[in-house]
Write a protein that binds this ligand. Structure first.
Ligand SMILES: *Cc1c(COP(=O)(O)O)cnc(C)c1O
Length: 377
């Protein structure tokens, strides 16, 4: 059994994908071909966000947003520690100080902990609270109904890390529409993935849009060799846009299948292990289906036994960002984010790609049911 389903997806789509890529190769516009604008329009139509710009990857999408917000040394940026490294890396690379905040049972930023963290930073007085990066982890949009008002009240910008949530919905709003800027990734294994690296930034605001568009093209001004500001080189390749345009055709079907599998796992596994409980108002993209075991020993044992039965699983994430050597300079000790630290011991993500057969999904559920309770050996 395969964890990502990418080869089966290619088999399902190969005719259309080859034709779409051939078109780019024949036209010879490998950078800036018409497919880019078509994709950006399609992403805008889908999310209802007015301005969308393709870029080189999800990490660059975060960086472009942070450049547009002017994040810099002396500023505090609030974000979860339970996320992929890129979320904090992009902040730290700008010279701003990541302030790690606990997540809650939904794996997303805990609004109460956020309020306390902002309060603490204000009291300490060393850093200026500047922004929040909320992560739609595993495909569930964060609790923006509570987070956005905190950002507004505190005069902070809000960036949505939607790398895992393209296609998700919460409060009747699509992922990528919540932040003042949102960043997504088209890394192959994300819900909407291309055949290499790719990403996009989204914003409702014209002023932010102009800045993002310029920043991704070396800060260009009114023409190609006019540079008003320092930017970066972060373009989406035309070939990747061509791939994404084809994959978008199947995307709703794929999302529906992911949701069907999630519902099946929920039925079969609730009570056996701790299953995700997305809020009523949410339709996650189910980038991952992540269960929890009581502790690291039981989690690792289940993972090993599933592997013995030919079932792949993955630990996202085994170590919280605040305990990564790369961020040791922040001086955060073990014990400061106890819930996040416990999650890293408890979590296990099961296969949920849309190309799993019903028999395979049953095989996964049966194996978890049989192995999760077994304590011997
Ligand atoms: C994948 C991911 C990123 C980075 O995306 P890349 O395209 O790999 O650079 C950022 N944040 C989160 C939460 C991710 O899962």
């Amino acid at each position: 059994m395969d964890f990502s389903g990418l080869t089966r997806q290619y088999q399902a789509l190969s005719g259309a994908l080859r034709a779409s890529m051939e078109e780019v190769l024949g036209e010879g516009r490998y950078i800036g071909g018409s497919q880019i604008a078509r994709l950006e329009q399609a992403l805008s139509d889908r999310t209802g966000v007015r301005y969308v710009f393709g870029c080189a990857n999800g990490t660059d999408a975060l960086t472009l947003a942070l450049l547009a917000f002017g994040a810099r040394t002396g500023e505090a940026v609030f974000l979860p520690s339970f996320t992929f490294a890129a979320t904090a890396e992009a902040v730290a690379m700008r010279g701003a100080t990541p302030i790690f905040v606990e997540v809650n049972d939904s794996f997303t930023l805990d609004p109460d902990a956020l309020e306390k963290a902002v309060e603490r930073v204000r009291q300490e007085g060393w850093l200026r609270p500047a922004g929040i990066v909320a992560v739609d982890l595993f495909g569930l949009p964060a609790d923006y109904a509570r987070i956005a008002p905190i950002a507004r009240r505190e005069g902070m910008w809000l960036l949505e890390d939607a790398a895992q949530s393209f296609g998700a919905i919460r409060d009747d709003r699509p992922a990528c529409s919540f932040g003042e800027i949102a960043a997504t990734s088209f890394f192959p294994t994300k819900p909407l993935g291309c055949y290499g690296d790719g990403g996009a930034v989204f914003t409702h605001r014209a002023s932010r849009a102009a800045l993002l568009d310029s920043l991704r093209l070396h800060g260009r001004g009114s023409h190609k060799y006019d540079h008003r500001i320092l930017g970066i080189n972060s373009r989406l390749d035309t070939l990747q846009a061509a791939v994404l345009l084809e994959k978008l055709q199947l995307f709703d079907q794929e999302l529906a299948r992911r949701r069907e599998i999630a519902a099946f796992y929920h039925d079969r596994l609730t009570g056996v292990v701790r299953t995700p409980e997305p809020p009523e108002d949410a339709l996650p993209s189910w980038a991952q289906y992540t269960i929890r075991l009581p502790d690291g020993t039981q989690r690792d044992r289940l993972k090993r036994r599933l592997a013995e039965r030919g079932i792949p699983s993955a630990v996202y994430y085994p170590r919280p960002l605040h305990l990564q050597p790369a961020l040791a300079y922040l001086g955060i000790r073990r014990g400061e984010l106890p819930f996040t630290e416990a999650l890293c011991e408890q979590v296990l993500s099961l296969p949920i790609h849309p190309y799993l057969t019903d028999a395979e999904v049953e095989q996964v559920a049966d194996a978890v049911r049989e192995e999760a309770g077994r304590t011997d050996g």
